[in-house]
Design a protein around this ligand. Structure first.
Ligand code: PLP
Length: 392
């Protein structure tokens, strides 16, 4: 995993100035909703569209490059092979791919935790007419996924698939995916991970975590354009997971554009078999650039940067009366999403917004989600506003 000889720091101001210059004027702490597009990605999307409008400049390489670069960058981000990446428009694409395509036996359950984002609940609820019941495991006393209860449920048997967010949207809780993945493998349960709140800010290794299918959209921590995303499908499952929505580009025979009507029911031999027709090339060009930026900086470094930004704020809030820490603050369960509920949360939230801080209220708590472009000064401003609003 991490190489201890590599310093876990980088120059966030330089990254911000080069790629996110508008953030010199704003304090943006809302990557968990949508992150800004880096300059290089915007330029790449515009350049692609420019060639598109001068149609003669658009040749075959223009279509191949964004797909290849996206698959390679996505694979590097999660420790996979590019042949295990299927490009799709959002997280829902990958979760539905798993829900509809995995061979789940009637009479078994699909297990999720309570308080999951709905994108990771409804596709499983939709399996009822195939005889697969959704089971929602209760959260722990603090409202986080109850990992002990989930493990115990997996061990009892009868669960064919378990789906969990790597990081919870409303608390920032980071799950112990390696432990849960090991339990899934041991009990013959498919393990599906919604990674949209994790990728780009929390290191993910699909092999070490024994993930079968991972799904993400690109517009949050991955800083990609809207409508981009990908699914990882573990190589050994390529023949097991039967795509229920069939794309013509998924088929071997479609590689020959001169004979497209020579139909043959033979899927491509990698995860492109799960893709659905023509893709948004211009946006994927931007998505590739965004993921490459994150890889250049390094997700371990971004993770360490976010921890060091949030630490003084968390330490300070600990000493304030009446503040409820909604996030789990044990180091292994922290992420770059930090949620807390001060007394009169809505008033305090209003003051932050008034003071120019972009953040949101989720389930009655203030949610802060800094990213690689944020600086210590941004957090100082938050603390200044909080200290005048929360005076004793
Ligand atoms: C955990 C989680 N999953 C999924 C989504 C979104 O799903 P999709 O990418 O399908 O719109 C969000 C937020 O929008 C989320 O927080």
């Amino acid at each position: 995993m991490s190489d201890s000889s590599v310093p876990l720091t980088f120059d966030a101001i330089a990254v911000r100035d080069a790629e996110f210059p508008s953030l010199r004027e704003t304090v943006y702490l809302n990557a968990a909703a949508v992150a800004p597009l880096p300059n290089r990605s915007r330029v790449a999307v515009e350049a692609f569209n420019g060639r598109r409008s001068r149609i003669g400049e658009l040749d075959d390489s223009c279509f191949e490059e964004p797909l290849r670069r996206c698959r390679e960058a996505a694979a590097r981000l999660i420790g996979a092979d590019a042949g295990e990446i299927a490009l799709g428009g959002n997280t829902s694409y990958g979760i539905n791919l798993a829900a509809l395509g995995l061979p789940l036996e009637p009479g078994t359950s699909a297990l999720v935790s309570d308080r999951e984002f709905p994108a990771n609940v409804y596709p499983w609820m939709g399996l009822r007419d195939r005889g697969v019941e959704l089971e929602i495991a209760g959260v722990d006393a603090l409202g986080h996924p109850d990992e002990e209860r989930l493990l115990e449920r997996l061990e009892r048997g009868g669960v064919s698939v378990f789906a969990l967010s790597a990081v919870q949207f409303a608390s920032g809780y980071r799950a112990d995916l390696a432990r849960l993945g090991a339990a899934c493998r041991r009990t013959g349960t498919y393990f599906v991970v919604d990674a949209i709140q994790a990728l780009g800010q929390v290191p993910i290794d699909v092999g070490a975590m024994q993930i079968d299918v991972l799904a993400t959209g690109g517009h949050k921590w991955l800083c990609g354009p809207f409508g981009t995303g990908f699914a990882y499908v573990r190589r050994e499952l390529h023949e097991v997971l039967r795509p229920r929505a069939i794309g013509w580009t998924a088929m071997q025979a479609s590689a020959d554009f001169a004979h497209l009507t020579d139909y043959r029911w033979e899927f491509l031999d990698d995860a492109r078999r799960f893709e659905l027709g023509t893709l948004p090339f211009q946006d994927l060009m931007g998505f590739a650039c965004s993921m490459e930026l994150l890889l250049e900086v390094g997700v371990e470094r971004i993770s360490a940067h976010l921890a060091s930004l949030l630490e003084p704020l968390i330490a300070w809030l600990h000493h304030r009366p009446g503040v409820e820490m909604v996030s789990d603050l044990r180091p292994e369960h922290r992420s770059g999403i930090f949620c807390f509920r001060p007394p009169a949360a809505e008033v305090v939230f209003g003051a932050l917004r008034e003071g120019g801080v972009h953040c949101v209220l989720r389930e009655g708590a203030i949610r802060l989600s800094p990213h690689l472009y944020n600086t210590r000064e941004d957090i100082d401003l938050v603390m200044d506003i909080l200290s005048s609003e929360m005076a004793d």
